[in-house]
Write a protein that binds this ligand. Structure first.
Ligand SMILES: Cc1ncc(COP(=O)(O)O)c(C=O)c1O
Length: 441
């Protein structure tokens, strides 16, 4: 599949019609830029596939992927529910305006007592005990789902949380709920198999085993199953693993089709199917712009081998043989692009200084942390770069700002280019005062 990236016009130096140099002058560099068009297109495509294949379904956006309110609100307005993975995300979801019944709770946090219609998934026996006590105190029955920890076909477990299927924990939990924790009613399950999964078989393998267990629990349970969440994890074009040169990505139909078929054939009254995508909805819509601080050619510079994190300089290489450059930019792996340690980012260049037919060089892009292994990119072939050229890092929408750290630099601003080409600020650039605002001087 071709990535759905913000439209980049090299000659006009625009992204989605917005002038890149103007954006950097106004909002500073580095800068995250999002496309409203792509956020909407991704959601609408997913929704239309579900409408065709399994209408009784919801898309619950995983806030952890990117919780900038202006981005989340666009998905909310399109009809998304939301997944809160922590007390903070629950607070944020409420502040953004999600109804509690549209918030999928992944865990039980202090002070939380879910409404009857709130989909809540518990991960552990202590959470079962705790919610049962709260429900008893409240004189009500709390509906719950169980997070199921399930291994892949190769035996690997990705999600460390939840009730383990293979060891019998799921059945033990259900017996406990039926026999002792009588203020709880189990009515759903979820699993989360990983991220960037490139084969629908992952989902089918887990689903088949979960359905087998549900059937073993008897008609009464199976017929009253209310909801099932199969997590997120859909791979995104352009978000390839480091050193993987080919990254074929399935369409959303390829993922949804087999899951829908399996459920429709297994249940006379199919449960509500919840999907929990993060990356799929926001990754392609966002780019990171970063300015070149300086660049140089070092004869013999290269990364020794796949997976190597440090630059190696081969001695006795003549300058004529050197087709590599090292480029230093004003963003870093340790601050805003943590995924660059495991993923290859495709990069475009905006420059006033080179022509299209200038020589292309193997390029190592190095961040501004001053740490040795701060590589933002190591496998792009780019023209010779100069100070103040601008690099565009694609697929920077998911797990970038939400996983960022204020490692020796304030974090950048976030803007969005609207469908009409207008630019809106979604988050201001941090100041030095923001970083140290909680410190006691
Ligand atoms: C509970 C849960 N569900 C779904 C996801 C979504 O994963 P992805 O962004 O790969 O779709 C995550 C990611 O952290 C998660 O924690």
């Amino acid at each position: 599949m071709i990535p759905n990236h913000p439209q980049f016009d090299k000659s006009k130096k625009t992204l989605e019609g917005a002038n890149v140099q103007m954006l950097l002058r106004k909002f500073g560099s580095p800068l995250f830029v999002f496309s409203e068009r792509i956020l909407k297109e991704k959601f609408r495509l997913f929704r239309s596939v579900l409408n065709d294949l399994y209408p009784c379904s919801r898309i619950a956006y995983v806030l952890s992927a990117n919780y900038v309110p202006g981005i989340v609100r666009i998905l909310k307005n399109e009809g998304a529910w939301v997944v809160a993975n922590s007390e903070f995300e629950y607070w944020l979801a409420k502040k953004i305006g999600f109804e509690e019944s549209h918030t999928v709770f992944n865990g039980l946090w202090p002070g939380l007592f879910p409404q009857a219609e709130t989909p809540i998934f518990l991960n552990d026996f202590s959470e079962l005990e705790c919610l049962n006590k709260l429900a008893q105190k409240n004189g009500s029955i709390a509906k719950i789902g169980l997070t199921v920890q399930i291994s892949h076909a190769n035996g690997r477990i990705w999600n460390c949380h939840g009730f383990n299927l293979e060891s019998g924990e799921v059945k033990t939990a259900l017996h406990l709920v039926k026999g002792k924790l009588t203020y709880l009613k189990a009515c759903g399950f979820r699993f989360n198999l990983g991220t960037n999964l490139d084969d629908p078989e992952y989902y089918l393998y887990a689903l088949e085993r979960l359905i087998k267990l549900i059937k073993e629990l008897g008609h009464d349970f199976a017929d009253n199953l209310e909801y099932l969440s199969v997590g997120g994890g859909f791979a995104v074009p352009g978000s390839r693993w480091l050193y993987k040169s080919i990254w074929p990505v399935l369409t959303i139909e390829n993922y949804v089709g087999p899951i829908a078929q399996e459920l429709l054939k297994s249940f006379p009254r199919p449960p509500l199917l919840i999907f929990e995508p993060g990356r799929y909805l926001v990754d392609e819509a966002g780019v990171l712009l970063s300015m070149v601080l300086y660049a140089k050619r070092i004869p013999g510079a290269h990364i020794v081998k796949e997976g190597e994190l440090f630059l190696n300089i081969e001695r006795d290489t003549s300058p004529e043989d050197n087709k590599a450059q090292i480029v230093y930019v004003d963003a870093g792996v340790y601050s805003v692009l943590p995924a660059a340690n495991i993923r290859s980012f495709n990069v475009d260049v905006i420059s006033n200084q080179y022509s299209e037919n200038s020589e292309k060089l193997q390029t190592y892009v190095i961040g501004n942390s001053l740490r040795g292994n701060d590589f933002l990119s190591r496998d792009n072939v780019l023209p010779e770069l100069k100070k103040e050229d601008i690099l565009v890092f694609y697929n920077a929408g998911a797990y970038t700002l939400s996983r960022s750290a204020q490692f020796v630099h304030p974090r950048p601003a976030v803007v969005i280019v609207g469908e009409d080409g207008s630019v809106a600020s979604l988050r201001n650039k941090e100041s030095f005062e923001h970083i140290s605002s909680l410190d006691i001087f």
